[in-house]
Design a protein around this ligand. Structure first.
Ligand code: SF4
Length: 326
C-alpha cells in the first residue's frame, strides 16, 4: 500500500508488525464495559483503567463509564461495578460483596490462570516467587490472591540472588503475563540454578499476545531505521516492546500515545520505519500514526507477520447473550 500526499516528499518504507494491538483479553474487557452500558445504561463504574490506554478510557467515559481507583469512591449503587483486565486482589470482590455491588469481573482469563496456579502451589504448601514489576496492578492482584507473606516478588536476576526462602526445597514460581520474554527467561534460569527443585509452569506465564508482539518486533527492528510503538507509557507490554526493539538493534525506538506525541527530530532523516502497538492500543491510533508519517513522506506500507492469532474469550457470564442489544 502506498500513501502519498501533495508535493515532493521523501520515500519511507513502513514495516507494519503483525500481530500488534488489541489482544483477546483487552477486547473482552472493553466489550464488557460496552455491553454493561448497553444492558444497564449509564453509569457503569470501572475500578482502575479497564485497560492501560488513555484513548480507550476517554472513549468509555464519553459513553457513561466512571473510572475509580478504589471501591470507596463509589456511592451505594445498583449500577454495575467492573474490575479491570489486570485482575484484583481477593479483598476487592469481598468488599464489593459486602457493599452489595453488582460486580462484573473483566480480569483476563490468562491472568486468572496465574491466580489459580498460585492458589494450587499454596495449597500444596509451597512458598511462591512471583516474577513481575512492583506496583503493577496485575502484580498487586496476584499477590492479593493469598494471605500476606505467601508470595515474594522478584524483579531481576540480582533479586533472585538476594532472595532468602523459608524452605529452599519447597518453592514455586509464577510470572506476570506481560513481561519481557528474554528477561524472564534469565530470571527463571537464575531461580532454577539456585533452587533446582522449584516448581513452575512449562516456561513462564507470559501470555500469547505479549510473546507474539515481542517476536515480530525482534524480526522487524533490525530491518528499519526507527521503530514506533503505539501505546500508553503505563502499559507494561507496550514498554517491553520498546525495549525489545532497542535490544534487537534499533537505536531510534519511541513509544507514542498519539500522532501528536511524535518527536519528529527522532525520525529525520529515515528511509524505513517499523510500527507496532501494545496489546491495549486500538488500531485507529496506528492508522493515525501512519497518517502522520504520510503527511511528511511518501509511505509504502508492508505488513510483516510472524504469527496468526484467533484467540477469543467469552464475556463475563452475566453479560453473555446480550450482543443483540447493541
Ligand atoms: S496482554 Fe495477555 S494477559 Fe493481558 S489482557 Fe491481553 S491476553 Fe490477557
Amino acid at each position: 500500500m502506498t500513501v502519498s500526499g501533495a508535493g515532493q516528499k521523501p520515500p519511507l518504507k513502513v514495516l507494519l508488525c503483525s500481530p500488534r494491538g488489541f489482544c483477546a483479553g483487552v477486547v473482552r474487557a472493553i466489550d464488557s464495559v460496552e455491553q454493561a452500558l448497553a444492558r444497564y445504561g449509564a453509569p457503569v463504574y470501572v475500578r482502575h483503567e479497564i485497560v492501560h490506554n488513555r484513548y480507550v478510557v476517554e472513549s468509555l467515559k464519553a459513553k457513561g463509564a466512571i473510572f475509580v481507583e478504589e471501591l470507596d469512591e463509589i456511592p451505594d449503587t445498583d449500577a454495575p461495578v467492573i474490575f479491570s483486565a489486570h485482575g484484583v486482589p481477593k479483598s476487592i470482590p469481598a468488599e464489593a460483596q459486602r457493599r452489595q455491588f453488582f460486580a462484573l469481573d473483566a480480569t483476563c482469563p490468562l491472568v486468572t490462570k496465574v491466580h489459580r496456579e498460585a492458589e494450587i502451589h499454596n495449597k500444596r504448601g509451597r512458598e511462591i516467587v512471583l516474577i513481575g514489576h512492583a506496583g503493577h496492578p496485575e502484580v498487586v492482584g496476584t499477590i492479593g490472591q493469598l494471605p500476606s507473606g505467601s508470595i515474594t516478588l522478584v524483579q531481576s536476576v540480582e533479586e533472585v540472588a538476594r532472595f532468602k526462602p523459608h524452605d529452599a526445597a519447597n518453592l514455586a514460581y509464577v510470572t506476570q503475563t506481560t513481561l519481557s520474554v528474554d528477561d524472564t527467561a534469565d530470571i527463571v534460569a537464575a531461580l532454577k540454578a539456585r533452587f533446582p527443585q522449584i516448581h513452575g509452569p512449562h516456561k513462564e506465564d507470559i501470555c500469547y499476545a505479549t510473546t507474539n508482539r515481542q517476536e515480530v518486533v525482534k524480526k522487524v527492528a533490525p530491518m528499519v531505521d526507527a521503530m514506533v510503538v503505539v501505546g500508553s507509557p503505563n502499559s507494561s507490554n507496550t514498554q517491553r516492546l520498546k525495549e525489545v526493539a532497542e535490544r534487537a538493534g534499533c537505536a531510534r525506538a519511541a513509544l507514542v500515545e498519539r500522532a501528536t506525541d511524535i518527536d519528529w527530530s527522532l525520525f529525520d532523516p529515515i528511509a524505513s520505519i517499523g510500527i507496532t502497538a501494545g496489546a491495549s492500543a486500538p488500531e485507529v491510533l496506528v492508522e493515525e500514526v501512519i497518517g502522520a508519517f504520510a503527511e511528511r513522506y511518501t509511505v509504502d506500507v508492508e505488513t510483516v507477520t510472524t504469527a496468526d492469532e484467533d484467540m477469543f474469550f467469552p464475556l463475563p457470564r452475566q453479560l453473555r447473550g446480550n450482543e443483540a442489544a447493541e
